[in-house]
Design a protein around this ligand. Sequence first.
Ligand SMILES: Nc1ncnc2c1ncn2[C@@H]1O[C@H](COP(=O)(O)OP(=O)(O)OP(=O)(O)O)[C@@H](O)[C@H]1O
Ligand SMILES: [Mg+2]
Length: 349
Amino acid sequence: MFDFLSRSTLGVDIGTASIKIVEIAKSLPKPKLKNYGILRSRTYLERPNSAIQTNSLKILEKETADLLRILVKKAKFKSRNAVASIPSFSAFTTLLEMPIMSGVDVSKTMPFQIRQHIPLPVSEVVIDWNKVGEREDEEGLKQQILMIAVPIEIKNKYQNIFKLAGLNLKSLETESVSLVRALAAADPSPALIIDIGAYSTNIAVSENGFLKTNFFSDFAGASLTKAIANGLNIGVKRAEELKKERGLMGGGGDYELSTLSEPHLDVIIEETNRAKNNYEKSFSRKIERAIIAGGGANLPGIGNYFEKRLGMATTIGSAFSRINYPPEIGLFSKELGPEFAVAVGLGLK
Ligand SMILES: Nc1ncnc2c1ncn2[C@@H]1O[C@H](COP(=O)(O)OP(=O)(O)OP(=O)(O)O)[C@@H](O)[C@H]1O
Ligand SMILES: [Mg+2]
């Protein structure tokens, strides 16, 4: 309905192991997925330097633009308007507490806040902030402001990449904000969102559709693959296959596989508990729910493992639950739901 009137947007997630794009039209009654595409780097495990982005400061502008252009052409995306994300670890996310005051007055304090909390000069970052809560203590009522600062250098790089790829970059945000929009926008209760990618895990806490806090870990999908490869003395390709096939399931001969993976997952769980404790202390509310996303969410058995270790209800996030996708687009495999969470969040902006 009204589809012919609606303009569509590309949500572009440039990860270390893949680029994912969705094209979403803001049609009624639900947003509609018009197209999607993924370009996976086949060599990211053998040659970590060939990863699409090793870290965003080193992101290779021309190479990334070429890959983007190829994907847009091959998948036949129609829109040229894009919204993109930067990894949460390349932004500075800070929770500020200050007396209740108007938005204009909060803005005026921002240069001071940047000098206090960000290790870069005021002139070298762009900031975005949002009121995310209030808290009362001995000193009275305070408002909580989440400040996200992105180095201008990174913003310029992304603008360059998109220009080179022939796309209009309309907006740039951190992955955590996109994850919350895709997976917990309509959820009033606090939730942990754990995005397990190839080289990093991003742990966000959301409440009422807002990002509240953000943690990360360097342990992610590639750590599991390497642990399996080293432990069984096999190549990374075979280790990657074994991981996807069996994950944490099965006993007997497979037992070794889960004992190799679990210590690495436990590091992610430890960091998740840190995020949980930090949030519960700052906001005086309990978190009772976790959502796992990213390619790592497809590890067989991961949902149960996290649920047991975290001691809370844990689900695998599906990016497509809030949007319509017409049958002509093709049958989705269940694995795409968690993998496309960031891209869908961007496309819904
Ligand atoms: N079925 C599966 N079982 C286990 N792991 C899987 C499965 N499918 C994908 N993965 C893992 O997910 C990871 C890739 O996830 P994702 O596509 O979210 O990464 P990315 O966004 O490119 O990386 P990052 O977010 O770290 O930049 C890889 O390590 C891959 O091995
Ligand atoms: Mg990712």
